[in-house]
Design a protein around this ligand. Structure first.
Ligand code: UT7
Length: 335
């Protein structure tokens, strides 16, 4: 009997309508389009409108993925929402999304920051491989612009909002071939939101001292990323017994073009095989990898048999890499 594997059978994404350009940011903080572009590669990002929350983006991405997979909501056995910007602390965003979609399956949030989608893929594929679920809906959704300090030029230029979803189904095709995850909590202070949790509940002082916003040591995160991504990618490739030259696409978390260029060089992957859309999305945290997959798929740049390395890193610090064999037909080339 063939091993039971998890295959991606549907993808979908959602970017909010509203654009925030570098020119807009020039009016808000002491920065320039030239600085942002040369240091990050970002030109614009999408941001949620007033009244719009993480779950709204997640629902739209999930609806597209469900439709793309050609399944019914009732077919879904498990919903995992990877996010570090939930609508609220309780209940989970997954339960809000579940209700919107009319699902009856178990649903929970997972927080591995920008590595959330890879952690979620681990959970989803493990549940499928173990026979505990046949169909899992996984969505990475974040609205980091809600927790970014628009008075802090070191962080506010980097982030955007979005959601990307995937439907995974039990299959005899290889699908998700290998996943390696990592975490090093000693790096917890590199990227954090100090207040609003049990350690520092909200108070007038925490608001006044801007402790509900992201604090980041950008240089440290940069150094960590360019070390962790190549290492995780090599480990996942080795676990799948695949050579880096066999990859159709390296799909890294979209944080900074200089990070992408450095990891491409370190892994000896031609730059044109390293996916990049951060010029127009910014860093969308847990949404960035599924948004990338959806972009590659809908633009006809994926074909059955293509091997992808999906690699994430983020606060925690956390990291993870997955080797996925693409099995869906290219749009317009269905049999
Ligand atoms: O999902 C993970 C999320 N985080 C990341 O991926 C962050 C990874 N790190 C980075 O992408 C980069 O470290 C940054 C883009 C955040 C910063 O780039 P950098 O080349 O490391 O710049 P820097 O922090 O060393 O700052 C250089 C200069 C400083 O000025 P001085 O001290 O040399 O006078 C900063 O104050 O650039 C200044 N600066 C800015 N200037 C204009 C920092 N931010 C800005 C800005 N506009 N937005």
């Amino acid at each position: 009997m063939m091993a039971r594997s998890a295959e991606i059978v549907g993808v979908g994404s959602c970017l909010p309508e509203k654009r925030l350009t570098n020119a807009d940011l020039e009016k808000m903080v002491n920065t320039s389009d030239e600085w942002i572009l040369t240091r990050t590669g970002i030109s614009e990002r999408r941001i949620v409108a007033q009244g719009e929350a993480t779950s709204d983006l997640a629902v739209r991405a999930c609806e597209s993925a469900i439709s793309d997979a050609g399944i019914e909501p009732g077919d879904i056995d498990l919903l995992v929402v990877a996010t570090s910007t939930p609508d609220m602390l309780l209940p989970s965003t997954a339960c809000l999304v579940q209700a919107h979609l009319g699902l009856t399956c178990p649903a929970f949030d997972m927080n591995a920051a920008c590595t959330g989608f890879i952690y979620g893929l681990h959970t989803a594929s493990s549940a499928i491989e173990a026979g505990r679920a046949d169909v899992v809906l996984l969505v990475g959704a974040d609205t980091l612009t809600r927790v970014v300090d628009f008075k802090d030029r070191r962080t506010c230029v980097l982030f955007g909002d979005g959601a990307g979803a995937a439907v995974l189904r039990a299959s005899e095709n290889p699908g998700v071939r290998s996943i390696v995850l990592g975490a090093d909590g000693k790096g917890n202070s590199m990227l954090k939101i100090p207040a609003g949790g049990s350690a520092m509940p909200a108070s007038p002082e925490t608001v006044q001292t801007r402790l509900h916003f992201i604090q980041m040591n950008g240089n440290e995160v940069f150094k960590f990323a360019v070390r962790a991504i190549p290492r995780a990618t090599r480990a996942a490739l080795a676990a799948s017994e695949i050579d880096v030259s066999e990859l159709a696409w390296l799909v890294p978390h979209q944080a900074n073009q200089r990070i992408l260029d450095t990891i491409a060089d370190r892994l000896h992957v031609p730059h044109e095989r390293v996916f990049s859309n951060l010029a127009t999305t910014g860093n969308t945290s847990a949404a960035s990898i599924p948004l990338a997959i959806d972009d590659l798929y809908t633009s006809g740049r994926l074909a059955p048999g293509n091997l992808l390395a999906l690699v994430g890193f983020g606060a925690g610090v956390t990291w993870g890499a997955a080797i996925v064999e693409w099995t869906k037909a290219t749009p317009g080339k269905e049999a």
